[in-house]
Design a protein around this ligand. Structure first.
Ligand code: KG4
Ligand code: ZN
Length: 341
């Protein structure tokens, strides 16, 4: 089966082509155009600006993905079209969804709506070895932080999620406070490399509670108060690096601690780290150490597949297509609040 996938949920326009036979997948093309430069001037993603850019990039990217020599396929060799239907920014999502609908209708091909979070989990299927079920997934992105138990393809149970900010969101906000700009996560992570993780004792919310819920609003506010208290040190690069390192340490502590708790409770065969924050090296290595200590294999996507991309949407779409999870192209609507369960 050959899948064409489209992803436009936030500020990456992405198109991918993937072939699959049983459990054997082959990623043929994965094209990602980031809009970072465009949104940097606004200090964050502006939904309407993102949508306009998706519109401009969509046809050239499709042409690039589907071109065979000079000719573009008319869809004869595509078996299904997968698209991110949500969650995400409504105007941005609509571009991908309406494009996928039009192609499915014109080519008369089945259409598979994919949840963006499910896509992030499936990024771990883009490697030669893949997770076993039941798999425990820690999803950490700009909009979501949750622990999900994946019992089989397409079968999810949420164990807990953040009650306020997502981990990525906290990284982005702290970056703003430190004057690092957008997108914040990678910049905070980079600055943290030269900082002391013990310089500030930031709160680790809900650590001892017997639930799998998270809260990152407290640590973000604690950073703000610390910056206000030490206004005179703001020009000191070491001070900022110490803040970044101590903040990152608090977030990584909570994420790994809760994941370990979930491992003890649900005893998964494998653990999956998913979402943009999976690009964080401190989180990757700490979670790796924790999983190794308890003898559970951790799957972490390659960096290029950790951030938003269409390859992961193609994989999720492929496994849904195998089960015939198709929708009528006339009725599909983008769903900004779409959930994995
Ligand atoms: O999954 P993603 O690309 O988009 C969403 O679905 O939200 O995740 C983006 C988030 C942003 O908040 C970004 O700051 C964060 O992932 N991020 C990181 C790192 N790279 C990206 N956070 C911490 N450390 C990183 N290295
Ligand atoms: Zn994402």
């Amino acid at each position: 089966m050959r899948i064409l996938a489209i992803e436009t949920s936030c500020d990456e326009t992405a198109v991918a082509l993937l072939s699959g036979e049983g459990d054997v997948l082959r990623l043929e093309k994965s094209i990602i155009r980031s809009q970072i430069d465009l949104h940097e001037t606004y200090g964050g993603v502006v939904p309407e600006v993102a949508a306009r850019e998706h519109l401009q990039l969509m046809m050239p990217l499709l042409h690039q993905a589907l071109a065979d020599g000079d000719a573009t396929t008319k869809g004869e060799d595509i078996d299904a079209i997968a698209v991110t239907a949500g969650p995400g920014l409504a105007p941005a999502l609509r571009v991908g969804v309406e494009t996928a609908k039009a192609l499915a209708w014109a080519w008369q091909k089945p259409l598979v709506p994919v949840c963006h979070l499910e896509g992030h989990i499936y990024a771990s299927w883009l490697a030669s070895e893949v997770p076993q079920f039941p798999a425990l997934a820690l999803i950490v992105s700009g909009g979501h932080t949750e622990l999900v138990l994946m019992k089989d393809h397409g079968t999810f149970e949420r164990l807990g999620e953040t009650l306020d900010d997502a981990a990525g969101e906290a990284f982005d906000k702290v970056a703003k406070m430190l004057g690092l700009g957008y997108p914040g996560g990678p910049k905070v992570a980079q600055l943290a490399e030269t900082g002391n993780v013990k310089a500030f004792d930031f709160p680790r919310a809900m650590l001892d509670r017997d639930t799998f819920e998270f809260s990152f609003a407290g640590v973000k506010t604690a950073v703000l108060y610390t910056l206000r208290k030490h206004e005179d040190r703001l020009a000191d690069p070491q001070f900022k690096a110490d803040i970044a390192a101590s903040f990152q340490e608090a977030v990584v502590d909570v994420l790994t601690h809760k994941t370990l708790k979930a491992i003890h409770k649900v005893k998964p065969a494998t653990v999956i780290l998913a979402g943009g924050v999976a690009a964080n090296l401190a989180l990757r290595s700490r979670l790796q150490a924790v999983c190794q200590a308890v003898g559970v294999r951790l799957f972490v996507p390659e960096l290029v597949h950790a951030m938003d991309n269409a390859a992961m949407i193609a994989v999720a779409g492929y496994f849904r297509a195998l089960k015939g999870d198709f929708v009528d192209p006339i009725s599909l609507q983008a769903d900004p609040n779409m959930d994995i369960v």
